[in-house]
Write a protein that binds this ligand. Structure first.
Ligand SMILES: C[S@@+](CC[C@H](N)C(=O)[O-])C[C@H]1O[C@@H](n2cnc3c(N)ncnc32)[C@H](O)[C@@H]1O
Length: 220
């Protein structure tokens, strides 16, 4: 999106304070939306101190860094190297760097890599905030685990995926996209209307536990 500076110096570099945390952003190169502050707080309220969170599309870190103030550990990823640079800087500014590991990969490769590693058995929450496309990345979870880990406390992660819908029944349409991507509908999906982003266009968040049949699916 092209931005125009109406007053002041020509720089689009700014500092935003959200829920007591400071975020440096360069609006020319990274994504920021203060309208999602309430949603980020809602999501944070779903996490506990025992959680290990994986933020696939982390941007400059508003979800990942606020999660890190509460949970056990966070893995934060973004494809945009400028976002990753600001994410790393924001981890330091907020004195949370020891609780976050930062990655700079495509989201699908990140899901593959992190679940192929020993970190997989500890991940309890996955956040996917790329509303245009995130649902179509869910196929990356097919067959990510070969067998249940030995860790007795192991549970499959809860996924929080964002999407847009202009349909008459936005929840139904979004669930269809999720079902098609995973080749299976998850059970007990919590659907949340985040906000109207344009007349008739909803941003939604669907939260559900990754189905066993998807995680342990055999390659065909
Ligand atoms: C809507 S922003 C959300 C950022 C952050 N979670 C927030 O709430 O501000 C989506 C982010 O996904 C990143 N992104 C886009 N395509 C990606 C991909 N294929 N893999 C990983 N990150 C991607 C963008 O660079 C952007 O930072």
């Amino acid at each position: 999106m092209q931005l125009e500076v109406l007053a002041g110096n020509r720089s689009l570099v700014s500092t935003v304070v959200e829920n007591g945390l400071r975020f440096h952003v360069d609006l020319a190169t990274v994504y920021w939306n203060s309208r999602l502050a309430y949603e980020r707080q809602r999501l944070l309220n779903c996490f506990t101190r025992d959680d290990v969170v994986c933020d696939v599309f982390a941007g400059v870190g508003p979800i990942a860094i606020s999660a890190a103030t509460k949970v056990r550990h966070v893995y934060a990823n973004d494809l945009n190297p400028y976002a990753v640079e600001y994410l790393e800087r924001n981890c330091v500014v907020n004195k949370i760097a020891r609780k976050i590991e930062v990655f700079n990969m495509d989201g699908r490769r990140f899901i593959d890599a992190i679940f192929a590693s020993q970190k997989a058995e500890f991940i309890t929450q996955v956040v996917m905030n790329l509303p245009n496309d995130a649902a179509e990345y869910l196929d990356a979870f097919k067959g990510i685990l070969s067998r249940p880990p030995k860790n007795k406390e192991f549970t499959l992660p809860k996924i929080h995926v964002y999407g847009f819908s202009k349909a008459q029944d936005p929840e139904f349409e979004f669930l269809e996209r999720i079902r098609i991507a995973m080749s299976e509908a998850p059970s007990e999906v919590e659907m949340h209307r985040v906000r109207l982003v344009a007349p008739g266009k909803w941003m939604l968040c669907a939260s559900f536990f990754l189905p066993e049949t998807v995680a342990f699916a055999k390659a065909v």
